[in-house]
Design a protein around this ligand. Structure first.
Ligand code: H2U
Ligand code: ZN
Length: 344
């Protein structure tokens, strides 16, 4: 990849079929744009104003129980409702709409208000993994639900409304756009090569190690060859697993472990509680086997070159294609150099 580390080029994302423009020579340009504030601030263990802390009031008349581990509730402002009847509207193929039944939940990771994934212990994180598995199974079993999206927004700049460690789950009837693109790519690859796209990709990446950040017995975290966000990573099981429910007990422990290690590296990279959006992509819950699907998590952190410079998808990126300056190889090397120990 040596000559590719200097000149402008584009890279193909085989998972979603899209291209990204890579311009390594632009890395040194001056920045006079907005400066973000993402300092690490001390949080109380319990915040009486927090709508996710145990025992506190939420919107409407709901009140959280005095939970001691994870806690799941139906989102009080759910974007979809399970009992929505399916109705379609169409005019000349130009005006098309469909009702969308679905369910939205919030999963609190811990009763502690002050923690982040990077700061939680492995026993507590394993409980989060267990909750993800059981929620995926429970909602996925509902006849109206064909896809379960589990995602976490972390930090105000990613639109997260609350510092309490939590994620969201949106489950609905149709495949959302991003999983749909990945479904089509993985099915096409499986059809033509009789192999799993991401199994083959993991094998390629592990052979070169250039973009690997860290790994354990069941998972690898890497900066994908086609990364768009500056420190974007992909967390993948190294053996073929279509969804969270197929992970063995050991692999569930290993998922908790690699998430802690990766998020600690993120925090240490810029010396702040690192903002990001992360989420899982996995087998649709439409009752089909979907052997083409390979479970993975995407991490999309917005920070660019320092803790205060943020990437926005605007201009050329909105109108033409995404672009990045730092190569995925440089980003992987920086993440690899960053220690995994707490409080650096
Ligand atoms: P974010 O931090 O990612 O915005 O998620 C918080 C969610 O919590 C958000 O979807 C919900 C919001 O609708 N919420 C409740 O369900 N009840 C409340 O009392 C406040 C917020
Ligand atoms: Zn709280």
């Amino acid at each position: 990849m040596l000559k590719w580390s200097r000149g402008p080029h584009r890279r193909y994302n085989p998972l979603n079929g899209e291209w990204v423009l890579v311009s390594p020579h632009r890395n040194q340009r001056p920045w006079q744009g907005q400066v973000e504030h993402v300092a690490r601030t001390d949080q109380p263990l319990y915040d009486p104003e927090c709508y996710l802390c145990p025992g506190n009031a939420r919107a409407g008349h709901a009140r959280n129980p005095s939970y001691t581990s994870t806690f799941v509730f139906d989102n009080d402002f759910a974007a979809m409702q399970l009992d929505t009847p399916v109705v379609r509207f169409e005019k000349q193929g130009l005006l098309v709409a469909e009702t969308e039944p679905g369910s939205c939940r919030v999963i609190c990771f811990s009763p502690r208000h002050d923690l982040t994934v990077s700061q939680m212990d492995l026993v507590a994180l394993r409980e989060v993994v267990n909750t993800w598995v059981s929620q995926y199974q429970e909602l996925g079993a509902h006849p109206a639900i064909n896809y379960v999206e589990i995602f976490e927004n972390r930090g105000a700049m990613m639109g997260c409304s609350n510092r309490h460690p939590h994620c969201q789950l949106w489950a609905n009837r149709t495949l959302p756009n991003e999983p749909l693109k990945e479904q089509q790519s993985q099915a096409a690859y499986q059809g033509s090569k009789r192999a799993c796209l991401l199994c083959d990709y993991v094998t390629l990446e592990c052979a070169s190690a250039e973009r690997i950040v860290c790994r354990n017995a069941s998972f690898v975290a890497l900066v994908p060859f086609w990364a768009v966000w500056p420190f974007e990573t992909l967390v993948l099981p190294t053996r073929h697993v279509t969804a969270l429910d197929e992970l063995t007990g050991v692999a569930r422990d290993d998922l908790a472990e690699i998430l802690k290690r990766l998020t600690t590296r993120y925090d240490n990279l810029f010396g702040v509680s690192f903002p990001y959006t992360m989420g899982f992509h996995q087998r649709p819950t439409d009752g089909q086997a979907h052997p083409e699907w390979h479970l993975h998590a995407h991490f999309y952190p917005p920070l660019l070159r320092s803790a205060t410079v943020r990437k926005f998808m605007v201009g050329y990126e909105m109108l033409a294609m995404p672009q990045r300056d730092t190569t995925p190889e440089q980003a992987a090397a920086r993440l690899r150099e960053t220690p995994e120990s707490q409080g650096i």
